[in-house]
Design a binder for this molecule. Structure first.
Ligand SMILES: [Zn+2]
Length: 201
């Protein structure tokens, strides 16, 4: 007896179509509760902040432990099947087994079935990381603004009450040439003599 199995994965649902050569087809439905907004936000936060986990995910190598962190669980999944046997019947088991095999090469299928397609998760991870960067930038700018205000206050507290010009003039020592004990004529004489020598040449 050969079987053909076709699996369709959608948000909140895995459908299996089992084609028996004899005598009939079976349709299996797995019904899966999708994530709440809070659960989805937590998934995005975990993936945005844990670069190693995110790296494992994009390399299709998530562990059972990772799945717990990523809120992936098969609890509360329920099945139904045309065969009428107690659930989960062997058809339901083969569908879920096929699904688990598919997730080994594409773990994003876990999220898709829980209500979040890959492109949406990746967009939201990017948005979350941008918001973290903006938040940190705002914190740094705030710290710088407060430091500037503190410096301004300290400068104002220690600045002299008189004007900067008075302070400058008061601190300049008298230039030495002001105190030379020579007359203006004596100071001018070498220049006068040099000028005369120039005329003689
Ligand atoms: Zn069945």
């Amino acid at each position: 007896m050969t079987e053909q199995l076709q699996v369709t994965i959608e948000s909140g649902r895995i459908t299996g179509h089992i084609n028996h050569t004899n005598p009939s087809h079976f349709n299996v439905h797995w019904s899966i509760p999708t994530w709440s907004n809070e659960q989805y936000d937590q998934l995005v936060r975990v993936l945005a902040e844990d670069f190693y986990l995110y790296g494992r995910l994009i390399n299709d190598k998530i562990s059972e432990e990772d799945k717990i962190k990523l809120l992936v669980s098969e609890q509360q999944w329920s099945s139904s099947c045309d065969c009428g046997s107690a659930q989960p019947c062997r058809h339901a088991h083969s569908v879920i087994f096929a699904f688990r095999q598919m997730t080994k090469s594409n773990p994003w299928l876990w999220f898709q079935v829980l209500g979040a397609p890959r492109h949406k998760i990746e967009q939201d991870i990017l948005a979350y990381r941008c918001s973290l960067i903006n938040e940190r930038r705002d914190k740094v700018l705030n710290i710088m603004k407060h430091a500037q205000l503190r410096m301004d206050r300290e400068f104002a507290a220690h600045a002299p009450s008189h004007s900067i010009w008075n302070a400058t003039i008061a601190t300049i020592p008298n230039p030495s040439f002001w105190n030379r004990d020579i007359s203006f004529a004596a100071w001018l004489l070498p220049i006068y003599q040099a000028a005369n020598r120039g005329e003689e040449q």
